[in-house]
Design a protein around this ligand. Structure first.
Ligand code: BEZ
Ligand code: FE
Length: 293
């Protein structure tokens, strides 16, 4: 019988001793998960050879991460976000056929029950910010318009805050709305240009970002969830390609295909039609939904 089969621990056989102890796990997926994590973690510890003090620092980081969590603050998700793990899980679970729009992270600021609006409505309820007109089409992978697609959109305001972060300051459901496409698959609505904003950075994840010489900002974006019968639901964003943080999103959510067209437009006739006073931002982006598998 080899040493690890007796259950005696050594630096050399650490993985076999620990994973061998899980042999009676009822759930084979749990056993696989713990085997892989144990193997990779022991490999990291063997490569890094942490001091006792360094290991305790790591434990205290995780302790503080748990302690700051509450109903509204989920520091572990932020940790997963800044490690790129949220985007990796999203990519693995949303592999798309060629031509379909790519997904990105949902983020913590989605709210159920946003008002269903007439196409063309202004989702900015407090008239604060630079006017913006957004339009595009919802298509299938053959380029055919999708009728009855439901678009749920939400965005930060011109100072980089969502309504739920400024309760009492912004009206409830400010910069949120839902729209249903007609037979032409087109969507269009009015809003204000969103601004880049920091992910919550007053906790352990913020401390880690600073220690790594990283900033906490996400480039300006609009969030979309698009649902249609017979198609995979698409959770994604569109981004302002000229944003100062477009190449360094703190949570790695940017993909090249999600850069929209943001043009500053001076067209008095169109501005009048939309009820805008002067120049406005003209944003265009089509989305392609994948047929349900
Ligand atoms: C967001 O875009 O709303 C977001 C995504 C990940 C972390 C924090 C915010
Ligand atoms: Fe966001």
């Amino acid at each position: 019988m080899e040493a690890h089969e007796k259950g005696f621990f050594s630096e050399e056989n650490s993985v076999e001793v620990v994973t061998g102890r899980n042999a009676n796990a009822e759930n084979p997926r749990l056993r696989q998960v713990m085997d892989v994590i144990t193997r990779k973690l022991h490999e990291a510890v063997k490569e890094l050879e942490p001091t006792q003090e360094e290991w305790f620092e790591a434990i205290m980081f995780l302790t503080r991460t748990g302690q700051i969590c509450n109903e509204w603050r989920q520091e572990y998700i932020l940790f997963s976000d800044i490690l790129g793990v949220s985007m990796l899980v999203d990519a693995i679970n949303n592999r798309k056929p060629s031509g379909a729009s790519e997904s990105t992270v949902l983020g913590p600021f989605h709210v159920d029950g946003a008002p269903m609006m007439e196409m063309g409505a202004n989702i900015c309820l407090d008239q604060k910010g630079e006017d913006m007109y957004i339009e595009g089409r919802i298509l299938d992978t053959k380029g055919k318009p999708i009728e009855g697609a439901v678009i749920d959109v939400w965005q930060a305001n011109d100072e980089g805050f969502y309504d739920v972060q400024q309760k009492g300051l912004q009206p409830d459901f400010n910069l949120r709305g839902m729209f249903t496409t007609g037979a032409d698959g087109r969507y269009w609505f009015r809003a204000v240009k969103p601004k880049f904003y920091p992910i919550p950075n007053d906790g352990p994840v913020g401390q880690l970002l600073r220690a790594l010489g990283r900033h906490p900002y996400r480039p300006a974006h609009l969030h979309y969830i698009i649902k249609a019968d017979g198609f995979e639901t698409l959770t994604t964003h569109i981004f302002d390609p000229d944003d100062p943080y477009i190449n360094s999103d703190a949570v790695f959510g940017v993909k090249e295909s999600l850069l929209a067209k943001f043009d500053k437009t001076n067209d008095p006739a169109r501005a009048q039609t939309y009820g805008f006073e002067g120049e406005f931002w003209d944003v265009k982006h089509d989305f392609v939904l994948a047929e349900k598998r």
